[in-house]
Design a protein around this ligand. Structure first.
Ligand code: FPP
Ligand code: MG
Length: 328
């Protein structure tokens, strides 16, 4: 099984330089804000987005020195901090007490401070970007912030109505997850001044990777493996994600209504959660969702055909395999 450490290997020096860049740029005035910021930054997670920026920059740079440009670190910081802020806000919206197995910011400092910390990180992020004068990179990432919000609102609307079409589902995950991942990969290419067709190719690669990433997240929500997240959260929140959607699409109207009624009870009834979890597992929902995820990963890998063999291209191919295999 491929590990993230294997994937990071060709760019470990660049990742370390990125971490130092973030530490030197991101600090807060005020003791409490600084404590909250340190806490949020100390548990940043897998760092998939900065890794994608750095690998894409390394793949698309004219030479090795080009990929060491400070613009690459700036692009990686811009996308990673949007991600950090969005998860802080997401935990407030979901009233989640934990994130990656540790208490969420809202659980420690309450929701109103968590909202302010998320806002602060976004404000500092854009401020650092503008002060750097790299306006093309700032402009490139700004649209993703709006897309994340649009995806969340659409998701909320569908959960409240307990309805979901395939179009809705793919629209939601394209905005809430794939948008930032595609911007990460394309920003890496832009940071090393790649040609516009290469930036566009990297955007398409990132979008396919992002779609697969979220579908795997939605599959893992049904799993019994420890992921560091509370299990079956999507059912408890009334969210119809791809595994359940694949089942709902195949049943008749009467059965569909029964299953949706069960979903409505999931917020308060463990028995309904368990019932739907078993239905999705036994009626091929997880399998069908996994097949769709693999189609996206195949599409992503084929977009790399345009590049000659290199350790960076191989790392991106391996990252696609990792996304398909990951269990947390
Ligand atoms: C996690 O998804 C959440 C997101 C991918 C996006 C959250 C976006 C917002 C809250 C909008 C705010 C945007 C900005 C720019 C601050 P999930 O809930 O499916 O996954 P989880 O299980 O990790 O919580
Ligand atoms: Mg959430």
């Amino acid at each position: 099984m491929i590990t993230l450490d294997d994937i990071r290997k060709p760019v470990t020096g660049r990742i370390e330089a990125f971490d130092r860049f973030v530490d030197s740029r991101f600090c807060a005035d005020g003791k409490l804000m600084d404590s909250m910021l340190r806490y949020a930054l100390s548990s940043r997670g897998k760092g998939i987005r900065p890794l994608l920026v750095i690998l894409s920059a390394s793949l698309n740079a004219r030479n090795e020195a080009g990929a060491d440009s400070p613009r690459v670190n700036l692009a990686a910081m811009l996308v990673e901090m949007i991600h950090v802020a969005s998860l802080i806000h997401d935990d407030v919206i979901d009233e989640a007490d934990t994130r990656r197995g540790a208490p969420s910011v809202n659980a420690i400092w309450q929701s109103h401070k968590a909202v302010l910390l998320g806002d602060y990180i976004l404000a500092r992020n854009v401020g650092i970007g503008l002060e750097s004068g790299q306006f093309d990179l700032v402009t490139h990432i700004c649209g993703a912030m709006a897309a994340l919000c649009e995806g969340e609102v659409l998701q909320d609307e569908c959960a409240a109505k307990h309805t979901m079409t395939r179009k809705d589902y793919f629209d939601i995950i394209r905005r809430k997850t794939a948008s930032l991942i595609s911007v990460s990969v394309s920003a890496g290419a832009l940071a090393v001044n790649a040609a516009s067709d290469a930036v566009e190719r990297m955007h398409r690669f990132g979008e396919a990777v992002g779609m697969a990433f979220q579908i795997q997240d939605d599959i893992l929500d049904y799993s019994s493996v420890k992921t560091g997240k509370p299990r079956n959260n999507d059912l408890r929140e009334g969210k119809i994600t791809l595994p359940l959607l694949c089942v709902l699409e195949r049943v008749d109207e009467k059965r569909r209504r029964e299953l949706v009624e069960r979903l409505e009870k999931c917020a308060t009834e463990d028995e309904s959660v368990e019932y739907l979890r078993c239905i999705v597992a036994n009626e091929g929902g997880l399998q069908k969702a996994a097949q769709i995820m693999h189609d996206y990963l195949d599409e992503a890998v084929s977009l790399l055909d345009a590049y000659p063999p290199s350790e960076y291209k191989q790392a991106l191919v391996n990252l696609c395999a990792f996304i398909g295999e990951r269990d947390r």
